[in-house]
Design a protein around this ligand. Sequence first.
Ligand code: THU
Length: 141
Amino acid sequence: MSQLPQIPKTLQPLFEAARTARDRSHSPYSGRKVGAAILTEDGKVYIGCNVENSSYGATVCAERVAIQKGVSEQGAFRIKEILVVTEASPPWPPCGMCRQVIAEFGGGDVPVHAVNLKGELVTRRFSELYPEAFTPAHLAK
Ligand code: THU
């Protein structure tokens, strides 16, 4: 696998993981392959790709697939970092529904890296992407 010189060396493992998932994308309807990698605070990496459906609304994004796989493997965890790979320029950030799911398990200062196959990288803090997120804390009050 070729490395992208444009993205920092520290991000290469997450990038490779997300790109591997992206290669498995089931996206015959949009033709847009997406891969995501989630690094947990306890050091595990979960990957996901978008899984589309002929009943379009049943489609699930790469980020949510990765998170749901992680929860099913180990139960709830805290997210440390997220990386999403697309072919798009500028690279796609997580959609609104995925931001809500990320807020359940991470949020705040968590870095969200949007990367494309040319190595363009946009990094945002989660709170920049989803300020005033609805979180489990709201239900507790
Ligand atoms: N998609 C993702 O996988 N993640 C996002 O955050 C944005 C959108 C997928 C869903 C669909 O399969 C395709 O990209 C086009 O929307």
